[in-house]
Design a protein around this ligand. Structure first.
Ligand code: GLP
Length: 240
């Protein structure tokens, strides 16, 4: 694993944005796997600024998101579609044909999972997957003990994840109980992965990852078996 340690969140965001920018520059048809949450916001902001400053053409990239809440439609303020619209699609002028997120309101959710896997394959697989990390080590919404061979699937969110994400809603009751997420094997098929970890709340999960041992209780530890992972971590999230 390649580890980039930074002193603070802003530098972490800058390093990640430069890495994504350079990958798009060398591969204008890049398939970018995108993540949500607070952590990648700074990265997206800096990426948008850099793309605008340098006039990078993004008309041939595709983006695919890790996950979406079940039951929230695209215009719900806390849907991941809405998050992506605000943080990336609108500022980068990406069209609907370039941006894919699982549909958490699909009538047949199992079918939506299959279709999502097919969509990823159809556009050539993910070249660069951006990941955040949950306090309990989840990636996407793959909670502890999710099968490492899982494909896109429906998950029941743990109480700890719902609590952690309650800050985005007016109260915890509004946090959906289920989500649709790329599986761990879907994520592991990405050609390269960049994991962003910031703040002391992530230190335990980062510590498990850096132990080098793969432990199903901490899903991110599977990344130790991927050949091309870069961890960008700030001091607060790194004890080791
Ligand atoms: C959510 C998302 C994850 C994200 C995690 C951490 O659960 N599904 O993809 O990595 O939150 O989010 P944050 O960066 O806000 O701590």
């Amino acid at each position: 694993m390649n580890i980039i340690e930074t002193t603070n969140y802003s530098t972490l965001s800058e390093k990640a944005a430069i890495l994504i920018f350079n990958q798009i520059k060398s591969n204008p048809r890049l398939v970018l796997g995108a993540a949500t949450g607070d952590t990648p916001k700074g990265t997206y902001e800096q990426l948008v600024n850099r793309v605008k400053r340098e006039g990078l053409n993004l008309s041939n990239i595709n983006t695919v998101n890790l996950d979406e809440y079940v039951g929230l439609n695209a215009i719900h303020p806390q849907s991941y579609w809405n998050y992506m619209q605000e943080n990336l699609y609108t500022p980068l002028n990406l069209s609907k044909d370039q941006a894919f997120i699982p549909d958490g309101t699909a009538v047949d959710l199992e079918d939506e999972c299959d279709k999502y896997e097919q969509r990823i394959e159809r556009i050539g697989g993910i070249d660069l997957q951006i990941l955040g990390i949950g306090r309990n080590g989840h990636i996407g919404f793959n909670e502890p003990f999710t099968s490492f061979s899982s494909r896109t699937h429906i998950v029941t969110l743990t109480e700890s994840t719902r609590k952690a994400n309650a800050r985005f809603f007016s109260n915890i009751k509004e946090v959906p109980t289920r989500a649709i997420t790329m599986g761990i094997s879907t994520i592991m098929k990405s050609k390269s992965i960049v994991l962003l970890a910031s703040g002391e709340g992530k230190a335990a999960a980062v510590d498990k990852l850096l132990s080098g041992k793969v432990d199903p209780a901490w899903p991110a530890t599977i990344l130790n078996e991927h050949p091309n992972v870069t961890l960008i971590v700030d001091n607060a999230a790194k004890n080791r």
